[in-house]
Design a protein around this ligand. Structure first.
Ligand SMILES: Cc1ncc(COP(=O)(O)O)c(C=O)c1O
Length: 357
């Protein structure tokens, strides 16, 4: 969207909380950096952007976000290299997707320049929260919520945009086994599956809890009509390796256009790994597993980068995957991390240097 130059007000925290944080034992998303960004949409305009100390916000109990779920978010990361430079990974892809999500939820788009400038200013203030070392990062959570008072079911006239940041360690989610959805659905044709709408996530908690009781940490969602085609996991796109071929589902109005997914596809092409983007039948993957041809399943997403899957469950049967020395999962994870931490050439222009101000 067209950008309006707006000066960002900066109110620095009187003291930092950083010394009270145990960076060796971080739980993902539980600790937040000293500052946050806030900007309000009032009278048809985004106004008064401010970066200020992290803290609670006040909302009217009738604010529309609480009643109609008009809320979207993004997830991205900042990385620090050995020379203390701070980098983002393909930030424009997240900013674009933020506005794609907003549009679908009838939320006014946020000016891209202001987003990036605010984020850079915030990261500069909280540079010390981005720790060096492979696997360490500062997870960035931009979001928008509908703030207008009143419980009439109509789009809010006011919104709050915010960015909060949380230091993260190398994400190890333990051994992941996935369940292929055969009853519940995540997204429908014409719905909001392609948007990072808050409600997409809340709606997954119940079926995921049921899957957990059966020993599966995540669900691989299938198409809502037939449950015959594999689509994506809760917070990851999903790849299958059959023989030496990689297969992933095409993005659609049901599937999030993951930044990691498209980076994996580009790296596969660059490295001569055959990748097919097409619909994937559950039966095809089950058959490949039974014939011993299914070598890997892995998820791709900002939180874990690449998350190998140890096994899957389908229609009451459990399947285990072989553990490979030379897995594609670790190949892509290393390739991506080397780019993110400025340890490898950035052929595709994915790294974005956070300029010191
Ligand atoms: C539903 C869903 N699919 C896929 C992804 C992976 O996307 P990305 O690689 O951009 O983090 C995410 C996480 O953002 C997600 O929430």
């Amino acid at each position: 969207m067209k950008n309006v130059p707006l000066a960002i007000d900066v109110v620095e925290a009187k003291s930092s909380r950083i010394d009270s944080v145990d960076f060796d034992n971080l739980v993902f998303g539980n600790v937040f950096a000293d500052h946050m960004m806030e900007c309000d949409y009032v009278d048809g305009q985004w106004k008064n952007p401010v970066i200020k100390p992290y803290g609670p916000i006040q909302l009217d109990p009738s604010a529309k976000v609480f009643h109609y779920g008009q809320a979207i978010f993004e997830g991205m990361k900042a990385f620090k290299d050995d020379n203390d430079k701070v980098w983002l990974f393909r930030p424009m892809a997240n900013i674009d997707r933020f506005n794609v999500s907003s549009k679908r939820l009838a939320i006014p788009e946020f000016p891209e320049d202001l987003f990036l400038e605010g984020l850079e200013t915030l990261l500069n203030l909280d540079r010390d929260w981005v720790k060096k070392g492979f696997g360490n990062s500062l997870y960035i959570r931009p979001f928008v919520i509908a703030t207008e008072k009143g419980v009439s079911a109509s789009p809010s006239k006011t919104y709050k945009f915010m960015i909060i940041c949380s230091p993260a360690k190398a994400y190890y989610s333990g051994e992941v086994r996935v369940f292929f959805a055969d009853k519940f659905s995540r997204a429908a044709d014409g719905g909001v599956g392609y948007a990072k709408a808050a409600g997409n996530y809340g709606a997954q908690f119940y079926p995921t809890n049921l899957a957990k009781e059966e020993g599966f940490q995540q669900i691989v969602w299938t198409d809502a009509n037939s449950h015959e085609y594999l689509e994506e996991a809760g917070t990851m796109n999903i790849f299958f390796r059959v023989g030496d071929k990689l297969i992933t589902a095409p993005t659609s109005d049901r599937i999030l256009d993951g930044v990691t997914r498209k980076s994996v596809l580009t790296l596969a092409e660059e490295n001569g790994i055959k990748a097919e983007v097409r619909r994937i039948k559950v039966s095809e993957i089950v058959e490949a597993a039974e014939k011993g041809e299914l070598k890997e399943i892995f998820g791709s997403g900002t939180a874990a980068t690449i998350n190998p899957v140890r096994g899957f469950g389908n229609k009451g049967k459990k399947y285990e995957l072989p553990q490979l020395e030379d897995s594609y999962a670790s190949f892509f994870k290393n390739k991506l991390m080397e780019i993110q931490y400025n340890k490898a050439e950035d052929k595709f222009g994915w790294r974005y240097l956070v300029k010191k101000n």
